[in-house]
Design a protein around this ligand. Structure first.
Ligand code: URA
Length: 200
């Protein structure tokens, strides 16, 4: 996946309107609501998770459960707030019972994520876990081999894979330190992009 030059929607609001009414895959039948994304649609830093869980499905907001609390802490740990970044998911509707999203569901939802990235044009994308990393980097390599490294994304963005906060919560310890380190990598990439943008 790469940054599309012109998303096929007139505006970000049009994109959101279409996504909120989506029936492209079977998840539409079991969701409570579509979890489109949240934050600043002009952000330089974007996070991409896997898919909504129970609390996200109930509220319509990504990453509000326990994993979300950890994500918020990690974002604040690099001096930013959730309002200053954009947070989205690979699939916008909850897979029942929090099962993995299926290939058909990922394919159906992919144009929404591509268009989100196309409108936002973030300078740095942090992929949270295997699903987002494999989709955006078009790779089969697992997250533990890729995390904390910088990859070119499109013409001028940088992608930094990190562990999914749910996985970090399950295993704790060392993984929390790894996550913090990965967020610092993203923060440095952001600072470099800002300096380049300022002509420095
Ligand atoms: N896990 C995700 O991948 N996304 C959410 O929005 C919440 C939990």
């Amino acid at each position: 996946m790469s940054i599309s030059p012109a998303p096929p929607y007139a505006s970000f609001a049009d994109l959101e309107r279409e996504a909120l009414a989506c029936t492209r895959c079977p998840l539409a039948a079991t969701r409570t609501q579509v979890v489109f994304g949240a934050g600043d649609a002009g952000a330089d830093l974007m996070f991409v998770g896997e898919g909504p869980g129970e609390q996200e499905d109930a509220t319509g907001v990504p990453f509000v459960g326990r994993a979300g609390q950890l994500l918020t802490t990690l974002i604040e740990g690099i001096g930013l707030s959730r309002a200053e970044v954009y947070i989205a998911n690979v699939v916008k509707c909850r897979p029942p019972g929090n099962r993995d999203p299926q290939p058909l569901e990922i394919d159906a939802c992919r144009p929404y994520l591509e268009a989100q990235v196309g409108f936002i044009r973030p300078k740095v994308i942090v992929t949270l876990g295997n699903f987002a990393t494999k989709l955006l980097l078009d790779t089969k390599v697992g997250i533990t081999k890729l995390r904390g490294q910088e990859f070119a994304y499109g013409a001028d963005a940088v992608l930094v894979p990190t562990l999914h906060p749910s996985a970090v919560l399950r295993t704790g310890g060392r993984n929390i330190a790894d996550s913090r380190a990965d967020f610092v990598v993203a923060k440095r990439a952001l600072a470099r992009a800002a300096a380049a943008g300022a002509g420095g």
